[in-house]
Design a protein around this ligand. Structure first.
Ligand SMILES: Cc1ncc(COP(=O)(O)O)c(C=O)c1O
Length: 436
């Protein structure tokens, strides 16, 4: 093992031996390399005369550029867009994102979390998370409706075992008992269990109520207290898009940080969906856990391992993208612009609820509970979902996502309010066609 990795392991083990146990084999071996990166960082500070360290090209003291490239980038200097960003991400962006995390989650005040490490979007965040914390055979608990890519990242690539529990109770709430039962079962046979929580949820568009969030946090804390190491990873891709009262507005991460030494909370979020910049690929990983001694040293060690993982994977995320997001977050109009788009999304969700209240749809489908995010789902009663999907495409030019035999997912994020009624009427017509 590299001595730098051993040193980080010692720091982590000293602050919280349980978290050290939770690291995957790769995680234990990860470190942030000194080599070229730290030598160039030193040179940046001290090599005032000639600095020939880093693998970029320069001309007259500035990055070498092609005019045809910079012509497309207005308002951001080549130094802030075309050069490499650090593997950790831009320091200013990391601290602005962390400040925003505290602002968006006021109950976090006074609690220590790591600085976010930048990833290439949230998918990459999940993948980096899995490298650092998941060994082959580790159990990951997920609800039976989930984003399909978890399977690719966790099961196919990392060989984790995904165990699913029932998502919704009969009366349309989160099935916390099913989660608790599944957790109890896995905790009895595993020293470590990973629980992935995703609110607002893909595909259902559900976010837990305040009360359900408390119950989930209590169940998780109880399991940790009983001696199981728990890695709880919160995929907050759709954070902030909650449209109803009584629903959890903060991240469930805020209910978990500092609850128990055996409970490591990991927050994955990003600008992707929150700031409507899907192609920029800016995501973040943030850690929160009890740590003895100076938490700064503990978090620094986790950040080093995580950034080392990024370094060995994509090296670093797009400097241009990070600068665009940073600039936007510093724009005095940023919050107002976000509010405006939030209202647009909220009105679409409301419109769907109003349209689907019509009894005429009741014989064709049930509506899954939804109150947030980009999506909602219906459960078909009489026809096969994939058959209907193809039929709607071929006969009506309407595209929806079929999930399993009965479910259709509607992305109202890309549906104008005025098209909602027409969409569901077409789906109903399609169902009637197939019923014959
Ligand atoms: C729950 C969830 N997490 C993560 C992502 C991916 O986010 P990104 O585009 O930042 O990789 C998605 C995208 O569909 C998602 O639905």
């Amino acid at each position: 093992m590299n001595p730098l990795a051993s040193h980080l392991n010692e720091l982590i083990e000293e602050a919280n031996p349980r978290v050290f146990e939770m690291l995957s084999d790769i995680g234990k071996n990860l470190f942030f390399p000194k080599g070229i990166l730290s030598q160039s960082a030193e040179a940046k500070e001290k090599a005032h005369r000639l600095n020939a360290t880093i693998g970029i090209a320069k001309e007259k003291g500035r990055p070498m550029v092609l005019q045809s490239i910079v012509d497309s980038i207005t308002g951001i200097m080549p130094e802030e867009s075309l050069t490499y960003a650090p593997s950790y991400g831009l320091p200013e962006l990391r601290s602005v994102w962390r400040d925003a995390l505290f602002k968006k989650n006021p109950s976090m005040e006074g609690r220590a979390v790591s600085l976010p490490v930048v990833t290439n979007g949230i998918t990459h965040g999940i993948s980096v998370f899995a490298d650092v914390w998941i060994d082959p055979g580790d159990v990951v608990l997920l609800p039976d409706m989930m984003w399909g890519n978890y399977n690719m990242i966790l099961s196919v690539r990392k060989k984790a075992v995904i165990r699913q529990y029932n998502l919704f109770t009969e009366d349309g709430g989160y099935d916390v008992d099913a989660l608790a039962e599944s957790l109890r079962h896995e905790a009895a046979i595993n020293d470590k269990v990973t629980v992935l929580l995703n609110f607002p949820q893909n595909p259902s568009g559900y976010t837990v109520t305040e009360e359900e969030a408390e119950r989930i946090a209590d169940v998780l804390t109880g399991t940790a207290q009983d001696g199981t190491n728990l890695v709880v990873v919160c995929d907050d891709a759709y954070f902030g898009l909650v449209y109803e009262n009584g629903i959890l507005r903060e991240s469930i991460f805020s209910r978990l940080v500092g609850r128990h030494e055996r409970l490591l909370a990991v927050k994955l979020d990003g600008a992707t969906k929150e700031d409507y910049v899907w192609g920029l690929r800016v995501g973040f990983i943030t850690y929160g856990c009890e740590a003895g001694g100076d938490p700064a040293l503990f978090y620094d060690a986790l950040e080093r391992k995580t950034a080392g993982c990024v370094r060995g994977n994509i090296s670093n995320a797009s400097h241009l993208s990070q600068s665009i997001v940073l600039k936007a977050m510093r724009d005095p109009d940023y919050e107002a612009q976000k509010k405006e788009k939030y209202e647009l999304m909220r009105r679409r969700a409301e419109k769907i609820k109003a349209v689907l209240a019509d009894e005429k749809y009741a014989s064709a489908w049930d509506v899954y509970p939804f109150n947030s995010g980009y999506f909602m789902c219906i459960r078909l009663k009489t026809v096969d979902a994939e058959r209907l999907r193809i039929h709607l495409l071929d006969e009506y030019g309407v595209g929806l996502i079929a999930l399993g035999e009965t479910d259709l997912r509607v992305a109202f994020s890309c549906l104008e309010e005025d098209d909602v009624q027409a969409l569901f009427d077409i789906v109903l017509a399609g169902v009637r066609d197939l019923e014959g």
